[in-house]
Design a protein around this ligand. Structure first.
Ligand SMILES: [Zn+2]
Length: 304
């Protein structure tokens, strides 16, 4: 114990104005190339030197997929009501407010209906900047509503995952979303509507363990981390060194966990090709089935 207490104040560094405007250049974490940010927009945030895929925001993702960069957004104001009144290092309520302010979104997912090479499609894209793209009650509800939109309008569904898994601040309620969404997707399957899962870096935890792996096609971006538990946890559990590239897209395709690894610049064309192929068997365009009929068909369909 000191006899004299002196309040220490850190020496404030004089604010020096940088001559380079903030965010004009970005360094590639893979090949260390310095890239002009505007060039990156043209390549859909893929490094022109080494094809490193930078993370996209949910909005950028929809921009990269929909024709004319146009879509109709659904359920924009669904937000979590903090059912457990959860507090860790800070209250969940505050965390939500901070993320909402930073991203301009109400929760970690955006749902839009638009056209992909002319094919009307429902796309749900996750926002990693919103509490790690975590899956809570809002994400579950929004995806199920997206499924219902797809069912009633006979549209294909695409979910672009970018998530750390279930949202622990909503405890078991967030885990229940795995079952809720999977049940929704089963109805889509019975109605013979395509569901494509696009997995981006990272797709982990409860998201991988449920709907991200349930696509009629599971398509990943190159070198994306995809898994349930993290590599460190697995290493400690099985006490073995994991092989090179473990839990990355290319490794998972080789081992039969995924169908395709597709460069982001080819993603839209690949999705459109797959949808055209899958819809060949579906109801011809222009002959939309009314919602009630689709629901009835889904309810009476064979269970699997
Ligand atoms: Zn690079």
């Amino acid at each position: 114990m000191a006899w004299f207490k002196k309040a220490r104040k850190p020496i404030a560094a004089p604010e020096k104005a940088s001559r380079v405007p903030e965010g004009l250049w970005i360094k590639c974490p893979d090949c260390a190339a310095i890239i002009y940010t505007r060039d990156l927009v043209k390549t859909l945030s893929v490094c022109p030197k080494c094809s490193h895929h930078f993370r996209l925001t949910a909005r950028e993702r929809l921009l990269s997929l929909f024709d004319g960069e146009h879509w109709v957004e659904h359920d924009t104001d669904l937000r979590s009501n903090d059912p457990l009144r959860f507090t860790d290092t800070k209250p969940y309520r505050d965390r939500l407010a901070a993320s909402q302010k930073a991203t301009g979104l109400a929760d970690a997912i955006l749902v839009g209906v638009g056209r992909i090479e002319g094919l009307e499609t429902v796309v749900a894209a996750m926002e990693y900047a919103f509490i790690g793209g975590s899956m809570g009650i809002v994400m579950g509800e929004k995806i199920v509503r997206a499924v219902e939109t797809a069912l009633s309008r006979r549209l294909p569904l695409i979910i672009v995952s970018c998530s750390g898994g279930a949202r622990m601040m909503e405890g078991a309620l967030s885990l229940m979303q795995m079952a809720k969404i999977s049940a929704g997707l089963a109805r889509l399957d019975r109605a013979r509507l395509p569901y494509l899962s696009v997995l981006t870096d990272p797709t982990t935890g409860g998201v991988t363990a449920s709907f991200a792996m349930l696509g009629d096609l599971n398509i990943a971006e190159p070198k994306a981390l995809i898994g349930f538990a993290g590599p460190r946890v697995i290493e400690q559990t099985i006490r073995q060194k994991l092989p090179e590239g473990f839990q990355r897209s290319e490794f998972l395709v080789e081992h039969g966990m995924l169908d395709l690894v597709v460069d982001r610049r080819d993603m839209k064309a690949t999705i459109a090709r797959a949808l055209r192929f899958m819809r060949a068997e579906a109801v011809p365009t222009g002959e939309a089935v009314p919602a009630s009929e689709a629901m009835a068909a889904a309810a009476s369909g064979p269970s699997r």
